[in-house]
Design a protein around this ligand. Sequence first.
Ligand code: ADP
Ligand code: MG
Length: 589
Amino acid sequence: MSEIIVGIDLGTTNSLIGAMEAGFPILLADAAGERLVPSVVHFPKSGVPVVGRAALRMRAVEPESTVYSVKRFMGRRIGEEADDVAYKLAGKPGEPVRISIREREFAPEEIAALILAALKAEAERVLEQPISRAVITVPAYFNDAQRNATKKAGELAGLTVERIVNEPTAAALAYGLDRLKDRSKIAVYDFGGGTFDISILELNQGVFQVLATNGNTRLGGDDIDAAIVAHLAELAGVEPGPRLREVAIAAKHALSFAAETRVELPFLEDGRSFSHTLTRVELETLARPIVERTRQHCLRAFADARLAASELDDVILVGGQTRMPLIREFVRAIFSREPNVSQNPDEAVALGATIQAGILSGAVQNVVLLDVTPLSLGIETFGGLMNVIIPRNSTIPTKRGELFTNAVSGQRSMLIRVLQGEREMAKDNWELGKYALEFEPAPKNQARVGVQFAIDANGILHVLARDTKTGAEHVLAMTSAVDVSDEAVEKMLEDSLEHAFEDMNDRVFTEASLKANELLPAVTLALAQVGSALPEADRDTITRCAADVQAALAAGGAPGLKKAVAALDAATQHLAAILVEQAMRGASK
Ligand code: ADP
Ligand code: MG
């Protein structure tokens, strides 16, 4: 029987697996008693790939055939992610990343699958039963393609992925579940090896809800390592290399507990050796600018959640790097409180994944997980405007729909462009997919097309378009080839603020020009039909107003056009009334 569902933290640097045992979430240890499995795969010249600690040791020896940080490439395309790794990437720009090892090519999810398979095998050994179901965590900023790649990795490893859970949400579960009062708000500050996430969650009578998430998938302990390596390389007068990196990481870890540590590099290339006492103060000087980069993300999360630090009940620390005293001090200052460190920071996510697995299998009750979507989703409408269907920071799962109509009489199809982003104009947002939906030709504004957006519990978007007349439905495939990295999300938010004024101007102008283009031919037609019923002065006013609208359209300014359209609208009130009157007389004849 395989009723057990395991919880897995598939980390950039380290991965862990856990299972519920006798009602408790337990992280499983390997034969050496280690729970953290380095997310590293080494491909030896012959024989099967090696995963974990043994592979990590090979990283310095055979860097070209040892894959680390593969999570960075999950669901990514060449060019989207810096390729500053020691192994080779293959593929043309814009194509999915492939990893090239010893004349073989792998998809990132195939490598991740090897890590998952190793975790699964370890769990099967410890639990003495076959495992086939799992909950896997991902950073809150993972997009569709990245979540799907994670799911695929699980399947390749022989696991049915029952749920993809955001890491900060999982961590909150691990930290808080039994301890929080009925209604509380917590911040999760997760500084791992490769990613930084800040989330603000609310726990309300057993329901977790993510109020806001923010972060950076290219910011982590790796950056601190690189700074130490550069510093030591300069002091020792050597080129940075894998050996120096190992020494730097060991020193960094030691300095979380000691004020100074000895760095030894015997047998340098030219027979010299190097030795240096690295102090915590020295390390903090190197690390401070990196840690400081998390500030803006925290502030933005506060703004999105509409909260002040003082309104939080707790701040929890997640990610191995938060063991660093400098980070604790930084968090203490930003959140004006002592951070909660009651869990091992590098184990909290896996514990939460395990609890979520327990919820799904029925072993844990009374908790439901809700997450939010980081950017608005919508479709393009008339005039190239973005029509938001699901606003950013909406709680997921969610389902929302809207009815759209044809702008032109006899139109046979409608192009549905699915967009993601915060800008007013469609062209400034990212296109996730598009589809030309055919429908029965109908007079203007008569066709009805329903578009439904659903984001499932895994954060994956499903779009459905329906011709409400015939009931014909079409599921839109999302190509999701857009770069939705943290920087991209951040840039989108910044741009939307920076361009808020112009964007609003563009929207007002577009809306006014749509109206003008409708009004002008109608006015010309009405003047020809019933104009003679108006005093000449009124006719002149209308002609002048129409010319003003033409001029404003050509000039391009939103306020001017809006004013001209309003003036034309006002001037034609009487004309419109005569038209209606005549039409009614005609109808009653
Ligand atoms: P990820 O979520 O990216 O897999 P982890 O949460 O396992 O990462 O954190 C890994 C990072 O934590 C690495 O950069 C590692 O060097 C760092 N780390 C682990 N232990 C310590 C420590 N004692 N002091 C400082 N940093 C640490
Ligand atoms: Mg992590």
